[in-house]
Ligand binder design. Sequence first.
Ligand SMILES: Cc1cc2nc3c(=O)[nH]c(=O)nc-3n(C[C@H](O)[C@H](O)[C@H](O)COP(=O)(O)OP(=O)(O)OC[C@H]3O[C@@H](n4cnc5c(N)ncnc54)[C@H](O)[C@@H]3O)c2cc1C
Length: 426
Amino acid sequence: MALNIPETKLKRLVVIGAGFAGLKLVKKLRASDYQIVLIDRHNFHQFQPLFYQVAVAGLEPSSISFPLRRMFQKNYRIFIRLTEVTHISTESKTVHTLHGELTYDLLVMATGAVTNFFGMNDLAQLSFGMKTVEEALGIRNTILKNYEMALVADTDEERNALMKIAIVGGGPTGVELSGALADMRRFVLPKDYPDLDFEQMEIFLIEASPGLLNGMSDKSSAKAADFLRGLGVNVMTNEQVVGYANNLVKFKDGKTLPSATLIWAAGVTGAPPAGFEDKHLGRGKRLMVDAFNRVKGFADVYAIGDIALMDGPDFPKGHPQVAQVAIQQANNLAANLKTKNSDNWKPFRYKDKGSMATIGRNKAVVDLPYLSFHGLFAWLVWMFVHLVSIIGVKNKIFIFINWIWNYFTYDQSLRLIIKQRVPKKE
Ligand SMILES: Cc1cc2nc3c(=O)[nH]c(=O)nc-3n(C[C@H](O)[C@H](O)[C@H](O)COP(=O)(O)OP(=O)(O)OC[C@H]3O[C@@H](n4cnc5c(N)ncnc54)[C@H](O)[C@@H]3O)c2cc1C
């Protein structure tokens, strides 16, 4: 197989990853005089901040995804290839994929991050991450199936484990998911399953550090914990999960918790394709870059977004792995790549626009650079920001209608357990 990219006199820019960073870069360079090859293992862009709503049956996956080919129709210098990059030979300037190889003049790594299970294989095998739309759908299917199974369970012990949900990681993902599940327990599931006792549906949010939402202000962290406790979520801080087997979550101090569902939202790590040496990787296996997002040690390889580690006085441990950093780095690199004289290139400066997390119906916490607030207004701000950020007018409209519908009916209408059937070829 071959990637079949035509040879031209234009410089070839290969971008790996169509997440927030890669996609923004290609959009900004669509009218430039590069031949651009965008490679991703998915044929769509995923809006990760709303994965949790797919997991609780609040949104369809198609509402938070956007097909890449649709975005670049009539852009004849942009080539999209759906494949997995397996290896990069920086000496021969070649990208190796599952479907052939390709040389580059310039390479941009925008491969994001993957769930970090900290080397615990049992957890990696048996728990759910939340880094892809497939995983979010897997969570939705499993939770719904567990309640069906709880109805036909033989023993109370079995039923008990099926009805509990444990989430590890008290960052925005864990907090938002716990809040949404608590709403589901209050408003939706008891109506669907009147013969189950929803007092038994316990939600545990487990965090190893002393507080939730570590990247946010102390005020927002405390408020988020208050909101969650008010919704009946068991917030467990200073607790470290070290294993999972036979539906039992194992803690470092030896105690266990029965739960048939374990969701792992406790951190991410870089996972660039093979070909980079240890000296190119910094903290969290991110590629170390200079102020222009050039990977240190190379003249023609760049990294942007979650995979890039740019240390500096403001961010000695690198920038936070959030969408705004990815988008701003892509904008800066695109502007630089359009400026042929590299003496005029601008170094990257991150403009922190703030952070936020929602905690169920009518509640959110928002930290702006000089202001922190919470409650209903914060929730409206959260909704507005997410609605304008999502790609595609149709997606915005669908999400808005879904939210209005769910708000006024206290219901989510997407509670389908969809199993995939793959035909056997042999
Ligand atoms: C559940 C969740 C909630 C979040 N909520 C927020 C939020 O509320 N606000 C916020 O600012 N940030 C949030 N984030 C973080 C934000 O989504 C990331 O910072 C952002 O996606 C980083 O963009 P990126 O382009 O670097 O990587 P990504 O968006 O992860 O994109 C990487 C792309 O590279 C592709 N790829 C990777 N390796 C290969 C390979 N070898 N071959 C082919 N393709 C490859 C992947 O398929 C993917 O499309 C959240 C993240 C998660 C997981």
